[in-house]
Design a binder for this molecule. Structure first.
Ligand SMILES: *Cc1c(COP(=O)(O)O)cnc(C)c1O
Length: 421
């Protein structure tokens, strides 16, 4: 077995091996040094859990010792913990093409899906149908099912094929709830067109941007959608358990019932009023106390986006994904592309179907290339140009080829299913 981590550390050595393609020019935005990625690892799983931005380590340590440790309860005022969810929301808003004051951080994405969905139904009380697609992430569908069970009446979750969404939007639909980028295939929904159709039908648009935020350019203002939600531990690198975000179109905030009527979303939390009265701003989407330390990790992680134009990220991500597809198809004929072939119809990930995908992914991870696996047979690879370049992508494809050529996946220790795949 060859140790690629040594052989291909520099661009020069890579170009030597591939004289037919001498300019393996870096397409990376110059940010790799802002991340703390272990030596010898090629990380193609930032779509699942982003790596650690260096700024997070010292910031979190400071929050723990200088804020929590030294300030104690005074941290809420002295370190502005109270303003933290909205302050970080404004940082996220820029990447979503949303104005300041339209995004709130907190809770988990599952909870934000529930909150936005319930608020959407309240806005269309005469309608009963939630429209979604079968490419959606299961938790989004489960939250809808749970909400419907709670509401009773004759609410219905209608789940259609992704290609059938547009034709299924009509005036009976209360809310169209979709995830823009399919977590398995990377297939990208046309947000602008679907939102326009939804609005023509008088329904509410709720977009899950879990695989979009920090991955592709977004313009929520132009899309006119009412609600968007997403998580921050994927492309936004906030760390495991970092808080979710919820966007409400600014003109809709005062009509939006937060549904989860927690004290932090109250107009005056410290009045300790017996009656709930929502804040007249995006603050009403808060529920309870935010995870201050984890939100601090996200706040520091957002520094890597300073001065970054999402159009540049998109261009670089397409270049990396296209290169990966070309290399893998040439080197690994046993794998079948399971993502749309056209870059315009893909998010920032590429999936391949392979019968022994789980074991092959375990072998690949063992060889230092981290991607992940989604049942039943999908090997999934995420591309984040902030810390990946074409050399990484090429090296990953070569190591994958070696694993397939040597049938290294056929080792019993790679067949053992982990709890998290
Ligand atoms: C990652 C992801 C989730 C995860 O939800 P959590 O509540 O953060 O665990 C939900 N929905 C989609 C579409 C996702 O991609």
């Amino acid at each position: 077995m060859q140790d690629y981590s040594i052989t291909f550390r520099s661009h020069a050595s890579c170009a030597e091996r591939y004289p037919e393609n001498p300019q393996t020019m870096s397409t990376a935005l110059p940010r790799k040094e802002l991340f703390d990625i272990p030596e010898g690892i090629i990380y193609l799983d930032g779509n699942s859990l982003g790596p650690l931005p260096r700024a997070v380590t010292s910031h979190v340590s400071n929050v723990v010792t200088a804020q929590w440790g030294a300030q104690l309860i005074r941290g809420w005022n002295e370190s502005l913990w109270m303003q933290q969810p909205g302050r970080v929301g404004d940082l996220v808003a820029r990447l979503l093409g949303a104005p300041p004051g339209s995004v709130m951080m907190g809770d988990t994405l599952s909870i934000k899906v529930f909150q936005a969905l319930a608020a959407s139904l309240k806005l269309r009380p005469e309608r009963r149908i939630i429209l979604s697609d079968n490419g959606n992430f299961p938790t989004d569908l489960y939250m809808a099912q749970g909400l419907i069970d709670t509401l009773g009446q004759d609410y219905e979750l209608r789940v259609v094929d992704p290609e059938a969404v547009e034709a299924s939007i009509d005036e009976s639909i209360a809310v169209v709830m979709l995830t823009q980028v399919d977590y398995r295939s990377g297939r990208l929904h046309d947000m602008k067109t679907i939102t326009a159709l939804t609005q023509e039908a008088g329904a509410i648009s709720l977009w899950d941007l879990a695989h979009s935020a920090g991955a592709i350019p977004l313009d929520l203002t132009a899309s006119q959608c009412e609600f968007a939600v997403g998580c921050t531990y994927k492309y936004l690198n906030g760390g495991p358990g970092s808080p979710a975000f919820i966007y409400v179109r600014p003109d809709m905030i005062e009509q939006t019932q937060p549904v989860l009527a927690g004290w932090m979303g109250h107009d005056a939390p410290f009045a300790f009023d017996q009656q709930y009265k929502p804040a007249m701003s995006i603050e009403r989407l808060r529920v309870g106390t935010q995870p201050v330390i984890q939100t601090s990790a996200l706040e520091a992680a957002m520094q890597v986006w300073e001065g970054v134009d999402m159009q540049d990220v998109r261009k670089a991500s397409i270049a990396l994904s296209e290169r990966f597809i070309t290399e893998v198809e040439a080197r690994c004929p046993a794998l079948t592309l399971a993502s749309p072939r056209s870059a315009n119809e893909r998010g920032s990930q590429v999936s391949f179907a392979f019968e022994h995908g789980y074991a092959a992914m375990q072998a690949l991870i063992d060889a230092g290339v981290i991607g992940d696996f989604r049942a039943p047979n999908i090997m999934r690879f995420g591309f984040t140009p902030l810390y990946l370049d074409e050399n990484d992508v090429l090296k990953a494809a070569m190591i994958l080829q070696e694993i397939l050529d040597d049938r290294r996946w056929d080792d019993p220790r790679y067949q053992v299913l982990n709890a998290v795949t």
